[in-house]
Design a protein. Structure first.
Length: 62
């Protein structure tokens, strides 16, 4: 909740996180599962996005 300080708006998050990594993070979670939004979980999404772009670049070079 906002009074506990664990409330973030999308604008707040996007100032610190790559928008595409945030999209990947959200899309990789099941809508009924609790979401652990942390620096570590966002970092995992960013690394996954880098792997995805690396694979795409490899495929495009062939």
């Amino acid at each position: 909740s906002k009074s506990l300080g664990n409330f973030f708006t999308i604008r707040d998050i996007l100032q610190q996180v790559n928008p595409e990594a945030l999209r990947l993070f959200v899309l990789s979670k099941h809508y009924r599962s609790p979401v652990d939004f942390s620096d570590e979980s966002i970092g995992e999404a960013e690394r996954g996005l880098e792997r995805l772009y690396g694979t795409l670049a490899t495929v495009q070079r062939r």
